[in-house]
Every structure is written in C-alpha cells, then in structure tokens.
Write a protein that binds this ligand. Structure first.
Ligand code: CA
Length: 229
C-alpha cells in the first residue's frame, strides 16, 4: 500500500485530504500533533510520503520535517504552507522538505499530482527492481519496504530498512562503517560513525536468534560489518 502520513490538526482539512488521497489510491495515516506523527511513523515504517502542516498544537511542521530527516529517512515530504507566507517555502525546503503546496488548496488535482510525482521520485512506485530479495530465512520487499523472517514481519525503522537492504544487496561482503554511514545517511551527513554501531545493535535485537552471538549481521573487527558469517 502507498502509505502517506497526513499531519494536520484542523480536522476538516485533514478529512478533505484523507478522502481525496484515498480516492487516488493512497492509504493515509492521520496525525493531529507532532507527537502522534512520530508514533505513527514508528508503527508504520513503510510510510514513504508525508504531508506536513506547519502550525501544530505541540510543535511546527518544520521541526517535524527536520527530525524525520535527522533520523536518516529519505521519505518524500510535502509541506502544507499558507498562501501568504512565502518564507514558509524557503524554510521548508531548508529543513529538508521536497515540495510544498499552499493552503487553502486551489485544487485537489494539483495536490494529488504533486503527491504522485514525489511518490515516483522516492522510488515507492512499481518500477523498483527487484521487488523482493530473499536471503535464507529473510525476505525483504523493496516495494513495501518490509522485512520478514520465516514469514513473520519484523518492524523496522526507515534507517534499519536501509541498512538491511544495503547488506542484502551485498551478501557476504564486508562493509566499512564509513560506507554504511554514507550509503544510509547520505554523503553529506557529518554525524559520528557511532550511529552505525547503535543502529546495528538495535537491528540485531530484531533479526538475530541470539543477539549476543550474531550470525546474520556479523562484526568485521576494526572495519565494519557484513551479512552472514
Ligand atoms: Ca494547523
């Protein structure tokens, strides 16, 4: 399903968006506050588009956008800006948004066209190949961005998904921590390498039979990690 997060606190606007997105084949996941938005993103790691309102009860859309990007997510983000506020657009794009639409919406067709275009760009469409990678007990769907182990779904964050995909694309190959960092977080990310280790540790808890003695994601001492022993 083409899941899209709809973060908008005004219920009339939210329902309007939801109804129309549903009509266009999306599965809208609704949130009224920033906090709820992050809860939904945790619950649905396969969300790959977000519509973010700016004025929210507990935070603002820019902050939400910044945090989504800080988590390493490359999901498509569209800001809902007020027509009069030209600065919103600049700020939105600075914080990592991909696009913006102005409220009140002139036409729903314009919104869905933007959403469709972005959806294609973030690679959530049907053109990704292969759509499934199977490695041993694991099955990774690149279409739904989901991972199954022995047929049981493992819930992953977008970052964890990206790490698993990188490993599965390179089975048995030792990947350096630098390589993992730049591939998953982007070349311009200048955070610490430690974030790689933290995510690997968390990922092991999810995928390994015995996280203390990993056999899926193994450590290559002094270098990085690899998929398999
Ligand atoms: Ca609002």
């Amino acid at each position: 399903m083409k899941k899209i997060l709809v973060l908008e606190d005004e219920s009339s606007i939210r329902s309007f968006l939801v109804i129309n997105l549903r009509r266009s084949g999306y599965e809208p996941i609704e949130a009224e506050t920033g906090e709820e938005a992050f809860r939904q993103l945790q619950l649905h790691p396969d969300i790959n588009l977000a519509l973010l309102d700016i004025m929210l009860p507990d935070t603002d859309g820019f902050e939400v956008c910044r945090k989504i990007r800080a988590s390493g997510s490359k999901m498509g983000i569209i800001m809902l800006t007020a027509r009069s506020q030209e600065m919103d657009k600049v700020t939105g794009l600075m914080t990592g948004a991909d696009d913006y639409v102005t409220k009140p919406l002139a036409s729903i067709a314009e919104l869905t066209a933007r959403v469709d275009a972005l959806y294609r760009r973030v690679g959530g469409g049907d053109n990704e190949d292969p759509t499934e990678i199977v490695r041993g007990a694991f099955r990774l769907s690149t279409r739904n961005r989901t991972l199954e182990k022995n047929g049981v779904r493992i819930r992953l964050t977008q970052v964890e998904y990206a790490i698993v995909k990188l490993f599965m694309d390179n089975p048995g190959k030792a990947l350096s921590r630098e390589e993992i960092l730049s591939s998953v977080w982007g070349k311009d990310y200048n955070g610490e390498l430690k974030i790689v280790d933290v995510n690997i540790r968390r990922l092991r808890l999810k995928v390994e039979d015995d996280p203390q003695n990993p056999t899926c994601i193994t450590t290559v001492w002094g270098y990085g990690y690899k998929w398999g022993i």
